[in-house]
Design a protein around this ligand. Structure first.
Ligand code: 3HC
Length: 303
């Protein structure tokens, strides 16, 4: 097996423009990080103009918050805003040296995205997927140049979490992996190398914790009791507050992926899936009632 660690940083490709595919929660958070830390143009796309507009507006709003907090001055805020462009035309990705996707977590959807984008970018552009648990090699199998694809897995909240997993497939070139590491350093993230194994490293550990927490509910323990059981461990959040942060559907999907690969080792909870189905904003209150979960409950639990 090839080592998954960082190759020589001199092999990294310079990045002068970044492309982001997907304008959802994760994509907009890391698009902002790219523009702020690399100070290069970032173009962002999604399946509809409406989603693109919403994504760009959320990046602008986060830039506004940084300005309000005094983290950046007004000139910098305006410059960062001007570096972000939304588009529905993939031809606008032609000059991107690094393109990263965070679209729906399904291999075929991601394959379609990369198959299409490869028609527009230069032959030596580096491609990355933010997949949280799917096989990067399988995603890249549709590419004419699979050696240019790496996994580049961020954690929520992107601005705060110090880690990025760089996933190396057997085909990945040293140039692609090295570029990923150099970008991570510029983003001020600690990059760890991971083999292309289901759940990589972090989600494999998290899926165990979340799976056992969900199993306790399935067995009849109240959610708030399970949450309370985590307090002595000294983690920043209990398992259900963390699931609420990353998204119930995302969490249920990670559980499914892990339990389908390792049925003897991972647990896919019926209650977690039932909660993940309640996804509409108007339904969130119902979710809170079902789970008994709320900020107030947490305060009561932790005292
Ligand atoms: N989005 C953006 N920024 C956020 C945020 C969010 N959701 N939540 C907090 N922040 C920022 C705050 O604005 C604040 O920034 P500032 O210092 O510039 O003002 C900073 O984080 C600290 O905020 P708080 O004072 O509210 O911080 P807390 O001490 O309550 O910490 C936390 C909040 C950082 C979210 C902490 O609870 C934590 O680390 N939780 C664990 C998160 C975690 O484990 N994430 C990994 C999830 S797994 C994943 O993403 C993988 C995926 O594939 C499933």
């Amino acid at each position: 097996k090839r080592p998954v660690g960082a190759p020589d940083k001199d092999l990294a490709r310079p990045v002068t423009k970044v492309g982001v595919i997907g304008a959802g929660l994760m994509a907009t958070q890391f698009a902002l990080l790219f523009v702020r830390r690399l100070q290069v143009p970032v173009v962002i796309t999604d399946v509809s103009a409406e989603r693109v507009e919403k994504g760009v507006a959320s990046i602008h709003s986060e830039i506004g918050k940084l300005e309000d907090k005094g983290r950046i001055d007004t000139d910098t805020a305006n410059r960062l805003r001007s570096l972000v462009t939304g588009t529905t035309d993939k031809a606008d990705f032609a000059a991107c040296d690094f393109v990263i996707e965070a679209v729906f977590e399904e291999t075929s959807v991601k394959q379609d995205v990369f198959r299409e984008i490869e028609q527009f970018v230069a032959e030596d552009a580096i491609l990355a997927t933010n997949t949280s648990s799917l096989s990067v090699e399988e995603i890249g199998s549709v590419l004419a140049h699979p050696e240019r694809l790496v996994g580049f897995h961020f954690f929520n909240p992107v601005a705060v979490m110090p880690l990025v997993e760089v996933v190396r497939t057997p085909q990945a070139s040293d140039e692609a992996v090295s570029t990923a590491y150099v970008i991570a350093r510029k983003l001020r993230k600690n990059a760890i190398g991971s083999a292309d194994a289901p759940g990589f490293i972090v989600n494999r550990l998290l899926a165990k914790v979340m799976g056992e927490a969900a199993r306790a509910i399935d067995e009849g323990t109240a959610l708030t009791e399970v949450e309370q059981a985590f307090v002595p461990l000294g983690l920043p959040m209990g398992p259900f507050e963390l699931i609420d942060l990353v998204g119930w559907k995302v969490a249920a999907h990670v559980q499914d992926t892990m339990s389908s690969h390792f049925p003897d080792r991972f647990y896919s909870s019926p209650n977690l899936h039932a909660l993940a189905e309640i996804d509409e904003p108007l339904e969130r209150d119902r979710k809170k009632r079902i789970t008994g979960w709320s900020k107030k409950a947490k305060k009561a639990i932790t005292g």
